[in-house]
Design a protein around this ligand. Structure first.
Ligand SMILES: Cc1ncc(COP(=O)(O)O)c(C=O)c1O
Length: 371
């Protein structure tokens, strides 16, 4: 059994993908070929945002808007410690400081109640809070209505990290549309993944769009040999864009399948693990289906039992970011973000992908319920 099965999906669309790749090989525009622009148009239509900039990864999709906002030394960016390193790494990379806010116990997403304290934390360190990066963890959008209220009050930009959230919704509005700017990742294991690295940025702000498009290609001006600002090599490959076009065409069907499996899990798992909480009017794209054990010991035991039954599981995330070696210099310690720390000790994720058949789902449920 695979934790995420990309082979079955590939076998369903292999012929179409082969055709798409052949077409790129035939026209030979490997960099910024027509598929890149076709993809950007389809993605912005899907998310219902005016502008989409495809790029080289979810990490660069976060980096580019921070660069466009001029975030740098002396600035603080507020985010969650319960996320993948990339969310906070890009802040430090620009010389700014991540300031963390703990998560909700129910959804594992950033709790907006902590934002005002984080702004004060930043001020006490002599920093200026400029932006918030909420993360749509495991596919579930963060609490944007409340985050927006605080952001407005303190004039903070919102950069939505929808790396795991593409396909998620709040009141039928798509992930990728909740911030001033939003970022997603097409890493192969993501809900919409390519066969390498890739990402995309969404915004309705025309000026920001032009700046970010320039930063994506070395700060280019009217052509690529006129350079008007510092940028990066942040393009997506044409072949990856071609692959994504085929994957996007079956993405909605896959979202339905993921949600069916998640509902089945949630209805049938009767053991004492905490199951995912989806708030009313929210839709998850189920990048992960995660359960919370009652203790670290229990979590490690169930992982070992699953493994003995040949059922793969993963831990996202073993160590919250404020306790990572790389962020020691930020001065945080054990006990600073108790919910993130507790969740790190007790959480585990079970197989989740659109092609997980009923027999496999039942096997997983049976092992969990026996515990
Ligand atoms: C929450 C989050 N942000 C950012 C990223 C970075 O995306 P990428 O791996 O495409 O650079 C990831 C990828 O795992 C992620 O999960």
């Amino acid at each position: 059994m695979d934790f995420i099965d990309l082979k079955t999906q590939q076998s369903k669309i292999r012929e179409k993908i082969d055709k798409r790749i052949k077409s790129v090989l035939d026209h030979g525009k490997y960099i910024m070929g027509p598929e890149v622009f076709e993809l950007e148009e389809k993605l912005s239509e899907y998310v219902d945002m005016k502008y989409c900039i495809s790029c080289s990864s979810g990490t660069d999709a976060l980096l580019i808007p921070l660069m466009a906002y001029g975030i740098g030394p002396g600035d603080a960016v507020i985010t969650t410690p319960f996320t993948y390193i990339a969310t906070a790494e890009v802040i430090s990379l620009l010389g700014a400081e991540p300031v963390f806010v703990d998560i909700y116990e129910s959804t594992y997403n950033l709790n907006p109640d902590g934002i005002e304290d984080a702004i004060q934390d930043a001020e006490s360190k002599g920093l200026n809070a400029k932006a918030i990066i909420p993360v749509d963890l495991f596919g579930l959008p963060a609490r944007y209505r409340l985050i927006n209220e605080v952001a407005k009050k303190y004039d903070l930009m919102i950069i939505e990290d929808a790396a795991q959230g593409f396909g998620g919704e709040i009141r039928e509005e798509k992930s990728g549309s909740f911030g001033d700017v939003a970022c997603t990742s097409f890493f192969p294991a993501k809900p919409l993944g390519c066969y390498g690295d890739g990402g995309a940025i969404f915004t309705n702000d025309e000026e920001l769009f032009h700046k970010m498009r320039s930063i994506r290609i070395h700060g280019s001006g009217s052509d690529k040999y006129e350079n008007i600002r510092i940028g990066i090599n942040g393009r997506i490959d044409t072949i990856q864009a071609a692959i994504l076009l085929e994957k996007l065409s079956i993405f909605n069907d896959e979202l339905i399948l993921r949600n069916k499996i998640a509902n089945y899990y949630s209805n049938k798992i009767t053991s004492n693990f905490n199951k995912p909480f989806i708030p009313k009017d929210y839709l998850s794209s189920w990048a992960q289906y995660s359960l919370l054990a009652n203790s670290e010991l229990e979590r490690n035991e169930i992982i070992s039992i699953l493994s003995n039954a040949n059922i793969p599981s993963m831990i996202y995330y073993k160590l919250p970011l404020h306790l990572q070696t790389v962020f020691k210099k930020l001065g945080y310690g054990n006990g600073d973000f108790p919910i993130s720390e507790k969740t790190s000790r007790q959480i585990f994720s079970i197989p989740m992908h659109p092609y997980l058949d009923n027999e496999k789902q039942n096997r997983i449920i049976e092992v969990l319920n026996k515990y």
